[in-house]
Design a protein around this ligand. Structure first.
Ligand SMILES: Cc1ncc(COP(=O)(O)O)c(C=O)c1O
Length: 424
């Protein structure tokens, strides 16, 4: 029993929402006799492809597993450069480091023309070189990068400045791959349409805290130009997700005799396939996802209403003339607070039983990048954004009253901290 009978109920940051339908879907698969990659994963891939507006989707064990496999498929390795924001989760850069390639970290744009916590084309272009093999922008918090036309711009840039292709897939594309880190942004739209077709490949995460979860998992939406055959790329990526084996378990099961067991391995792949248990969770979540998104929008609208007109706050970007975010995170900035003040606010909120978070520590603040020679001084906009950022709860268990409670606690805590500072 709660020893504090008068304390308000705790507000968690991002607990998963597992309803009865999800439990039944998993139970159905558990009872079916087929639990690893099979018919459920294939069905989930087709449903996701329709939802994302692309011909094919590959599901995998995580965003990270899929991103690694895709970088390998594109032949990214030592000597290659991959452009990505410094304002992101460690995974975006880790997959590049795993390949021995060079992550080229880009600071957030000048605050005057910033796009929330996202990169814009003008920030990326100066970092392009003939050795840039991949450009990997991130839809931070679910707000989609304005990707319209980027594929054409990359083609033009490569034609004018060169592109040092060192792999058959690089030769076929003839320019850097536009690989969108869409870990947060399933359901975000550009001009009323899904974002994925504006990229070459968009990768979603279905980790436990994400808008749609399979506990762990991810999906890559394939939107490559017609010089790539979607079925062929799908097959290649699926194979790379399973050791590079020419046959998966379902293919073996569905044949007999020597045709059942014999396989080849043409390249040393990974082991990051999605199981049918995960896919069952995902299919059930995808079915209710449009209404989940509506609720997330309603919660964030309520935050907006609670903070609008408060001069101390910079509200997150959530819509504009062409875009609609997926409201994965509510990234509030309180620029009157310094980093210590922001952390004090997080402690105060915790004492009021409200869990919050910070997204993200810019990569140069992490030891692995500092030891590579990255300096936070070279990323002043990311550093400033991070120091005063606090992520507020957004999830399916949250009520509008909870949001009002969080808003009141944030405003009260913020002002108390400023008063403490001015009194000392
Ligand atoms: C921006 C971003 N990219 C990539 C990932 C990695 O996703 P996963 O945990 O599915 O590998 C995350 C996970 O939180 C993320 O926030």
């Amino acid at each position: 029993m709660d020893p504090r009978p008068h304390s308000p109920r705790p507000i968690a940051f991002a607990p998963p929402f597992i309803d009865e339908a999800a439990i039944q879907a998993v139970e159905r698969v558990l009872r079916s006799g087929w639990i690893t990659t099979g018919p459920e994963t294939a069905a989930f891939e087709e449903e996701l492809a329709a939802f994302c507006g692309v011909p094919k989707v590959v599901c995998g064990g995580s965003w990270t597993g899929l991103a690694g496999v895709i970088l390998d498929w594109f032949g990214v390795g030592p000597g290659d450069e991959v452009i990505l924001p410094s304002y992101t989760y460690c995974a975006t850069a880790n997959v590049v480091l795993h390949r021995g390639a060079e992550p080229v970290l880009v600071d957030l744009p000048d605050p005057e023309n910033e796009d929330g916590f996202n990169l814009i084309w003008a920030a990326i272009e100066p970092h392009l070189t003939p050795r840039t093999k991949v450009v990997m922008p991130v839809d931070v918090g679910g707000w989609p990068v304005a990707l319209n036309g980027w594929k054409d711009r990359l083609t033009t840039w490569a034609r004018e400045h060169g592109f040092e292709a060192s792999h058959p897939n690089q030769e076929r594309l003839g320019r850097p791959l536009l690989l969108l880190d869409a870990a947060h942004s399933l359901g975000a739209t550009l001009g009323g349409h899904p974002v994925a077709p504006q990229s070459d490949i968009a990768i979603y995460s279905f980790h436990a805290v994400k808008n749609l979860t399979t506990a762990e998992g991810g999906a890559a939406a394939l939107a490559l130009p017609p010089s790539f055959e979607a079925d062929e790329v799908h097959r290649a990526l699926r194979t790379l997700c399973l050791h590079g084996q020419s046959k998966d378990a379902a293919a073996k099961f569905n044949s007999s005799g020597r045709a059942a067991w014999r396989y080849d391995v043409t390249t040393a792949g990974f082991k990051c396939n999605m199981t049918d248990i995960q896919a069952a969770l995902g299919r059930s979540a995808l079915e209710r996802y449009p209404s989940d998104l509506e609720w997330r929008h309603a919660l964030c609208d309520r935050y907006d209403a609670g903070f609008t007109g408060w001069e101390a706050a910079i509200l997150p970007r959530r819509t504009d003339a062409g875009r609609r975010g997926a409201d994965h995170l509510y990234l509030l900035r309180l620029p009157l607070l310094d980093e210590a003040g922001r952390d004090a606010l997080i402690d105060r909120l915790a004492a009021e039983r409200v869990a919050t978070n910070v997204h993200f520590q810019p990569l140069p603040l992490l030891t692995v990048h500092a030891e590579r020679g990255e300096r936070i001084e070279d990323h002043p906009n990311a550093h400033r954004a991070y120091a005063c950022e606090i992520s507020l709860p957004v999830h399916m268990h949250l009520t509008l009253d909870d949001v009002d409670r969080v808003v009141a606690a944030v405003r009260r805590g913020h002002d108390a901290i400023l008063n403490d500072v001015s009194a000392s």
